[in-house]
Write a protein that binds this ligand. Structure first.
Ligand SMILES: Nc1nc2c(ncn2[C@@H]2O[C@H](COP(=O)(O)OP(=O)(O)O)[C@@H](O)[C@H]2O)c(=O)[nH]1
Ligand SMILES: [Mg+2]
Length: 356
């Protein structure tokens, strides 16, 4: 479950990744892609840990790539950006960090702070990277179709689709606007198109902009999630203990943790939900794609549990919290015995019964 954090030079990507992962900010000007593990905040786990006196608490996690900043101002920068972009093709989610903070000690990209322009520049570059891929693919398919291969009909269908993708990009529309069916997705999956991925836009605001609504020029029709976050403050908050953090947040009139909101948006954009397991050993959140069946959820824990699956004893976290304990849930008939085909819901607490 890889997420790539990208953006123009000095937009605050590394600061943001540090805020959400807790690791140190790497030195400025680094030219390597750094990896960080980002725990997904989940207060349900804290509650369960306390309730069941669990020795360990294990959060769901997202792998995050901190990609060096793009600089499209010259040929050298463009070439470097293109190399980085090639390495993003395996990422399942792109986070676009856009600078809105105005700190004059950090010279802004392009000579001025302009979130709308920066977002346009980034989008254009991602579209161009996909266009290059589409064009090459079309060439190859056309050559291939001249030969009597076994894959003729599939290649024809793909060529037709690729030509549509090309037209979309030329009209500055993302590939996701054309790919509608699962079959189409399957046809182009291996190419790793960047504009087919879900995106989250992180608008990096300054401390003085907290509470303001920054316009980044998106239309209402654009459904890309946008989160405003002050990366620098969040990074500082992440270094504090619980008590000082609460105090500092109150001082700044921040009511909700920005990192929590941001990481949750990424989790949702990745199409993930969590099922939970709990007990004296550990309370744990397991990330699964929304729509996963109980049998496959069992396989996330261990292949043996999947192989010997009998049933999933399931309770909803919200009901457990409301009624207080398992006994009360049982009395209310709210502990369910679910089979292999059951579609697991976010917040299900599951005890898998299995036999090997
Ligand atoms: N004032 C202010 N400075 C920030 C903010 N976010 C990042 N910076 C500063 O901007 C500079 C570049 O940040 P960095 O995270 O390294 O940017 P990157 O090149 O996108 O990884 C650093 O000096 C950060 O301290 C912010 O929200 N406010
Ligand atoms: Mg950086």
């Amino acid at each position: 479950m890889k997420t790539a954090v990208i953006g123009l030079l000095q937009s605050g990507k590394s600061t943001l990744v540090s805020a959400i992962s807790g690791r140190e900010v790497p030195p400025m000007g680094t030219t390597v892609i750094e990896e960080a593990v980002v725990p997904v905040p989940d207060e349900r786990l804290d509650w369960l840990t306390e309730k069941y006196s669990s020795k360990k608490t294990v959060h769901a996690a997202i792998d995050c790539l901190d990609v060096p900043g793009f600089n499209f101002a010259d040929e050298y920068g463009r070439a470097a950006a293109r190399r980085y972009i090639q390495q993003l093709r395996t990422a399942e989610l792109l986070v676009l960090v856009i600078r809105a903070f105005g700190d004059p000690s950090i010279p802004p990209y392009g000579g001025s702070v302009d979130p709308e322009r920066d977002l346009e520049d980034l989008k254009t570059e991602l579209l161009l990277a996909d266009l290059e891929l589409v064009t090459t693919r079309i060439d190859n398919l056309q050559k291939q179709l001249k030969k009597p291969t076994k894959t003729q009909s599939k290649d024809k269908a793909e060529l037709e689709l690729q030509l549509k993708l090309q037209a979309a990009i030329e009209a500055e529309k993302p590939i996701s606007s054309v790919v509608e069916t699962e079959a189409q997705r399957e046809l182009v999956k291996s190419l790793g198109f960047l504009t087919l991925r879900p995106w989250v836009i992180a608008v990096n605001i300054g401390e003085e902009q907290i509470g303001e609504n920054i316009d980044i020029g998106l239309s209402d029709a654009d459904r890309t999630p946008v989160v405003q976050i002050c990366a620098k403050i969040e990074q500082e908050l992440a270094q504090l203990d619980e008590e000082s953090r609460t105090e500092f947040m109150a001082d700044l009139s921040i009511t909700e943790s920005g990192t929590k909101k941001f990481v949750t948006s990424c989790y949702v954009a990745l199409g993930l939900i969590s099922f939970l397991t709990t007990g004296p050993d550990e309370s744990r959140a397991w990330p699964i794609k929304n729509g996963t069946k109980a049998l496959d959820a069992a396989g996330k824990i261990h292949s043996d549990i999947k192989r010997g699956f009998i049933r999933a004893e399931t309770m909803a976290y919200s009901e457990l919290k409301e009624l207080g304990d398992e006994k009360a849930l049982k009395a209310a008939g709210k502990i369910r015995l679910e089979g292999k085909e059951y579609i697991v819901q976010d917040g299900d607490i599951i005890d898998f019964r299995f036999n090997v």
